[in-house]
Design a binder for this molecule. Structure first.
Ligand code: HEC
Length: 136
């Protein structure tokens, strides 16, 4: 791979991550706290509007696991799921705990708030942001 291609590819990847975080701050943060421990969640549950993003990410990673040896496949499926879910939230497809769903209800569709490109960026961010960070 030539150097120019590689560096523009890497630049592109980091722009995506940045854009995803911007989308999160603008459109998701009001309901989903970025990071907190399981203990804090329990303590603050009555004041929360939605599960924190670290939990959402961890739970989806736990659930979206193929037998494919390549991590990329699971990451790809995760991103596809999130992109679709936030545009068309549906309790039948939600992977949240039943108890959490009862408390929070379904999330509103982001269709009017964000573009498909932004949905992609925020889905990528949601996966990569919590790589190697455990929710506990
Ligand atoms: C008005 C509050 C609100 C906003 C804004 C919001 N969400 Fe949610 N979200 C929720 C609630 C409540 C749930 C839990 C119920 C559910 O799964 O629908 C949830 C669940 C989710 C899930 C989990 C689905 C699953 O199956 O486990 C994802 C992924 C998600 N949100 C992503 C996002 C992203 C990305 C944004 C911003 C673009 C966002 N949410 C904005 C309230 C919100």
């Amino acid at each position: 791979m030539n150097k120019i291609f590689l560096s523009s590819f890497l630049l592109g990847a980091s722009l995506f991550a940045n854009e995803g975080y911007e989308v999160y701050k603008k459109n998701c943060k009001s309901c989903h706290v970025e990071i907190m421990s399981e203990k804090e969640v329990m303590a603050k549950l009555s004041k929360m509007k939605a599960p924190p993003m670290i939990e959402v990410s961890a739970r989806l990673k736990e659930n979206i696991k193929t037998k494919d040896e390549e991590d990329d496949v699971d990451r790809h499926l995760f991103i596809l799921f999130v992109k679709d879910y936030i545009m068309h939230p549906n309790l039948d497809f939600s992977m949240c705990h039943a108890g959490a769903l009862e408390k929070f209800g379904t999330m509103p569709s982001m269709k009017e708030q964000i573009t498909k490109k932004e949905a992609h960026a925020v889905a990528v961010w949601l996966y990569d942001r919590y790589e190697n960070i455990e929710f506990k």
